[in-house]
Design a protein around this ligand. Structure first.
Ligand SMILES: Cc1cc2nc3c(=O)[nH]c(=O)nc-3n(C[C@H](O)[C@H](O)[C@H](O)COP(=O)(O)OP(=O)(O)OC[C@H]3O[C@@H](n4cnc5c(N)ncnc54)[C@H](O)[C@@H]3O)c2cc1C
Length: 379
């Protein structure tokens, strides 16, 4: 077993770390406060090749592996988890699936721009009545000659109002349930496609989360991704890989909590001594560091399995389940270590808690991850 990174992995981590420090860190507090989408940062991420990391170079991507991607999301999320999720959705929910299942024409027309970051993508599975129960799709796609006509509402769509291209899951045959769902490429500007309510969120506030409304949206049949009826499987497979990204996002937040806590414990004095000398504080930091390392192992292992072509679904679920849990715990402990200063916005740890919580919810709640893990053991 080799715990050594390759030169490329080291390089990706360093590049992401430097970029996060120099380009992402300035303005994180203000962007969170103003709920402002980091447009300029996303453009620079694209220039670094970080928006289509796992897509081959011939299709505009960086031709890297899932471990490189996880390292980049971790480093970026350590500084700003909103930027982490914007990047994660485009990479693993949009580009990865299109590269795997898209036709040559779709890759030519859409993937090249998405992977190079010239365009931004969103992934629209969730609906008001379909979250964990994702097969309960009310959005419909009805074939009409060389077109499909889409109708419905999508909820909670990350990158939804900024995206140029949205992968939409819709029922093509309601009677078939999960086997009657298909995936479509929907372009911004399609008549009948409108952006609805912008969500005002607890955390990841500078990422863009909106509802999307589709009213008689006519799209070419050539925009269907894969077979008719293959959309649910497509979504589930895509989310398996996506979970590595969210687990890496959670890991980045947890590491940020640890870094802030060790820094603060050495600076802050109580009773004439740095609080780092108190065993109560040391134990919190030791527990935090141990869980961060354990999460890191799970995240990197899931990425490694994916890269080696092995099944990785349960491992990705374990990584997400564990990393998201310890991120929330680490944020709570970081606030405790900061005392009153931890509770106010000038110190970053209160944002870490707000940002960490979503990692237990999106791309499958923790309860859903447990179902995935248990199913794999009990089948
Ligand atoms: C900020 C944000 C961004 C998001 N981005 C996207 C996006 O880009 N694209 C997209 O498609 N979706 C997105 N989502 C949606 C997200 O994936 C769903 O919110 C999530 O899957 C949960 O669905 P739900 O909200 O409908 O909750 P529900 O499914 O209604 O769940 C409610 C509660 O019941 C539990 N529960 C449900 N079913 C079971 C079960 N079988 N066993 C045990 N417990 C269960 C859940 O774990 C949860 O605790 C986003 C959500 C948020 C908040």
């Amino acid at each position: 077993m080799d715990f050594q990174f390759s030169e490329i992995h080291e390089m990706i981590r360093e590049t992401a770390r430097k970029f996060a420090k120099e380009r992402v860190a300035p303005g994180t507090i203000e962007r969170d406060e103003r709920e402002e989408f980091p447009k300029a940062i996303v453009k620079e991420l694209a220039e670094l090749g970080f928006m289509g990391m796992m897509v081959p170079e011939e299709w505009g991507g960086a031709g890297l592996d899932a471990l490189s991607y996880a390292l980049a999301v971790e480093e970026i999320s350590k500084v700003d988890a909103s930027v982490g999720v914007i990047m994660s959705v485009n990479n693993s929910l949009v580009c990865f699936g299109l590269n795997k299942e898209g036709s040559q024409l779709q890759k030519e027309r859409f993937l090249r721009d998405l992977a190079s970051g010239r365009k931004l993508g969103a992934f629209a599975l969730s609906e008001p009545e379909a979250g964990s129960d994702a097969s309960n799709q009310r959005t419909t796609a009805v074939r009409d000659g060389d077109s499909y006509i889409l109708n419905g509402v999508k909820n909670w769509i990350t990158n939804g109002s900024t995206a140029d291209i949205v992968l939409v899951m819709a029922a093509t045959d309601k009677a078939k349930g999960a086997k009657g769902i298909s995936t479509f490429i929907l372009e911004k500007g399609t008549p009948g496609f409108t952006v609805g309510k912008k969500e005002r969120k607890l955390g990841i506030r500078s990422s863009d989360t909106v509802s999307l409304s589709l009213t008689d949206c006519r799209i070419p049949a050539a925009n269907r991704v894969g077979e008719e009826g293959g959309g649910f499987k497509f979504a589930m497979k895509t989310l398996e890989g996506g979970r590595i990204g969210i687990a890496a996002q959670a890991l980045g937040i947890a590491q940020a909590c640890l870094d802030a806590s060790t820094r603060y414990a050495k600076e802050r004095k109580a009773f004439d001594h740095p609080i780092a000398e108190l065993q109560a504080i040391q134990f919190k930091i030791a527990d935090m560091a141990t869980s961060v390392e354990a999460a890191r192992m799970l995240v990197y292992r899931a990425a490694f399995l994916k890269d080696s072509g092995s099944p990785f679904g349960p491992e990705a679920a374990m990584a997400k389940l564990f990393a998201s849990k310890i991120a929330v715990q680490a944020a709570l402990e970081a606030i405790q270590i900061h005392g009153g200063y931890g509770y106010v916005r000038e110190y970053l740890v209160e944002r870490y808690l707000r940002d960490a919580k979503i990692t237990e919810i999106y791309e499958g709640t923790s309860e859903i991850q447990k179902i995935v893990i248990a199913r794999s053991l009990l089948k």
